[in-house]
Design a protein around this ligand. Structure first.
Ligand SMILES: Cc1ncc(C[n+]2csc(CCOP(=O)(O)OP(=O)(O)O)c2C)c(N)n1
Ligand SMILES: [Mg+2]
Length: 321
């Protein structure tokens, strides 16, 4: 499959997964909170498309897209969301705790900004162990107001760490317009540390790929960290079910204007104008929907964890214990 069709396939997989999770939540069969990624697929897919299996990412509370883009198994993800024992955390973690070290996924994270120091530590481990891998740190515009970002940029800069800090600016921090709580441009926060910073179109998967490729290249060749701010938008709620308490905080016109710039539709148009057939793209959409449907069947066939296992895997055992 060509590189571009592979990018489209990953984006379609995320879209299909999120649509299915949304339907499950509406039906009341999904325990816990979910934050869906629809509208932001180009960021995760563009960024992860330039990483190798042994490169690492840190993710967020809105993490399904990052994990799928880095190669996570939708069966085990779906099982985790449904609290089943074949899930990534044996059903005990749910959406915001999915981890797969074998794929370099250092974890989704319910703590806003929580991935930033983890990614920085991951970069430090590359330096200490003399490895040539890199880490991409996904975080939101809301997380950019956590002090830890500035501490991380400082340490990464002085230690020349191979970390790409990738802010997905979807313009909202929960129900708050981010511009009302954020001074200046997020990408400008790199400059005082001598770190390259740029703002890019996060709805253009090829633009994301190009920017992250350049940052990865710099990181691998020992030139240290970068900060990239990807301009994007979430089409859906902050979390599914928010209408029960959030009130109205975005206009229909605003949401619509971003749906007009849907990253999947835009990329589809690009592919068709470069010779792809709509039938082939429809077939990819169908295959990814089938893949997610099979993931749901896998999850439903998996048992709920045994209550006797409630405390296992939760605590590290030390010598003294
Ligand atoms: C340390 C911390 N503070 C507050 C919260 C509650 N909270 C969850 S998501 C969120 C907004 C995050 O906004 P952003 O980083 O822009 O990510 P987005 O939801 O837009 O993807 C907040 C404040 C939290 N989970 N962790
Ligand atoms: Mg945000």
């Amino acid at each position: 499959m060509s590189l571009e069709l592979d990018l489209y396939t990953r984006m379609a997989r995320i879209r299909a997964f999120e649509r299915k999770v949304q339907a499950l939540f509406k039906r009341g069969t999904l325990p816990g909170f979910v934050h869906l990624y629809i509208g932001q697929e180009a960021v995760a897919v563009g960024a992860c498309s330039v990483l190798n299996d042994d490169d690492r990412i840190t993710s967020t509370h809105r993490g399904h897209g990052h994990l799928i883009a880095k190669g996570a198994d939708v069966n085990r993800m779906m099982a985790e969301l449904l609290g089943r024992e074949d899930g990534y955390c044996k059903g005990k973690g749910g959406s915001m705790h999915i981890v797969d070290y074998t794929l370099g996924i250092l974890g989704a994270n319910g703590i806003v900004g929580g991935g930033i120091p983890i990614a920085t530590g991951s970069g430090l481990s590359d330096r200490v162990l003399g490895r040539n891998t890199v880490t991409v740190c996904f975080f939101g515009d809301g997380a950019s107001n956590q002090g830890v970002l500035l501490e991380a940029l400082n340490l990464s800069a002085i230690w020349n760490l191979p970390v790409i800090y990738l802010c997905e600016n979807n313009h909202y921090t929960e129900w708050m317009p981010t511009e009302t709580i954020t001074a200046g441009r997020i990408s400008d926060r790199a400059a005082p540390f001598g770190v390259p910073g740029e703002t890019i179109d996060g709805n253009d998967v090829l633009a994301v790929r190009e920017a992250v490729a350049a940052a990865v290249e710099r990181a691998r060749s020992g030139q240290g960290p970068s900060l990239i701010e990807a301009d994007t938008y979430r089409h859906l709620a902050h979390n599914e079910g928010e209408e029960a308490f959030s009130g109205t905080y975005r206009t229909a016109e605003e949401i619509d204007s971003w749906i007009q710039r849907d990253p999947l539709v835009a990329f589809r148009e690009h592919l068709v104008s470069n010779g792809a057939s709509t039938d082939d793209l429809d077939e990819i959409d169908r295959q990814e929907e089938d893949r997610v449907e099979a993931g749901l069947r896998f999850a439903e066939a998996s048992s709920l964890p045994d209550s006797a296992e409630a405390l296992s895997d939760l605590y590290a055992r030390t010598e003294a214990a």
